[in-house]
Design a protein around this ligand. Sequence first.
Ligand code: PLP
Length: 457
Amino acid sequence: MSENKIPYKIYLEEKEMPTAWYNLRADMKNKPAPLLNPGTHQPMTAEELGGVFCEELVKQELDNDTAYFDIPEDIRNFYKMYRPSPLVRAYCLEEKLKTPAKIYYKFEGNNTSGSHKLNSAIAQAYYAKKQGLKGVTTETGAGQWGTALSMACSYLGLDCKVYMVKCSYEQKPFRREVMRTYGASVTPSPSMETEVGKKILAEHPGTTGSLGCAISEAVEKAVTNEGYRYVLGSVLNQVLLHQSVIGLEAKTALDKYGIKPDVIIGCAGGGSNLGGLIAPFMGEKLRGEADYQFIAVEPASCPSFTRGTYAYDFCDTGMVCPLAKMYTLGSDFIPSANHAGGLRYHGMSSILSQLYNDGLMEAISVKQTDVFEAAEYFARVEGILPAPESSHAIRAAIDEAVKCRETGEEKTILFGLTGTGYFDMVAYEKFHDGQMDDYIPTDEELAKYRAMLPKID
Ligand SMILES: *Cc1c(COP(=O)(O)O)cnc(C)c1O
């Protein structure tokens, strides 16, 4: 098909939507390291994990071999309310950049939660409901995950208890109210509601919180309340599995027009959107069927891949969760409160960490003001007001396209546009007023937290 036949938006029909999630681990030679019991340092058993997570989700978490998991019909029907998500050819951006590169983005912001997180929220809520639970607990940083989970829980009639990182709770009152509109209860973290919250407050009075603290509180709440389990919006293998719907749809859409991306770019917080977007492409690379360049983009203020250590670490500040082997800055690392958005987690998906360690994926970090510059540029050219997190990927995609302008290469670039930024206008305001800073942790600071990593093996 000739080039000019490719539409601005490549939509899929309902019948072309994926009916199974793809489990990338099945094709990995080096499997991601198992979660360890924080007490015994032995791999977590299904039984142990079952105290914290829902049964079906534990099975998905531990399964390194099954390539495809059928998506239950109820979840497929929920997906149909807001999926398939559009794959957009960024003609306007290409023209503005005067680049020979062809740029595509998969836009996940077309739902009320405003991000890709709903793809896993509905799956996790579904399995909790199926198990007969009363409700779920979770944490949220910037608020997208809490919003997505609230939507999924209200749809299925489950109780939803959200611990929201305190600085976001204060900066984003509208996010909080959206969650309450969907029936969730929202508590700023650290709080006095949990033992771990009290302890963290005693040690760090006045702290604005972190995802690691909020996770500890949500886990404690789940394990001390009958009929509740904890759910997590990123990092875990099961979340990457659910998010594979992004990559599967993107691949089907590209295949329809015979398009093969050269470079695939995504922002990386805990790794779920990136893991989901690259999944089927990485599968081809692992099986030796095709080759792609994969780039993870992280904030310079929280550089887990580019300046972290590949080691076992706690997933939370209170050290109640299992240990995961990942690129980490240390569970005590609390990123600068000035940093906008949800890429502030200290660790990274074990799957992506293994792929990065094996040289199958690259990573770069970008400064916050450069990210907002790209965000604003994109908003003016492509119309969509992007989330700050997503704008890390935009920055990298623009930089790649500009390189192509200089070298004349006609690369095809695919990036994940994970969400919209309507609730991030305080950050945009700071950027416009020239009050945004580019805080980057020093080597000494990172070394301090590295020295505090648990000693395993
Ligand atoms: C949460 C979030 C991210 C980062 O999370 P990942 O698990 O790394 O995908 C990125 N973009 C948006 C819009 C988010 O809400």
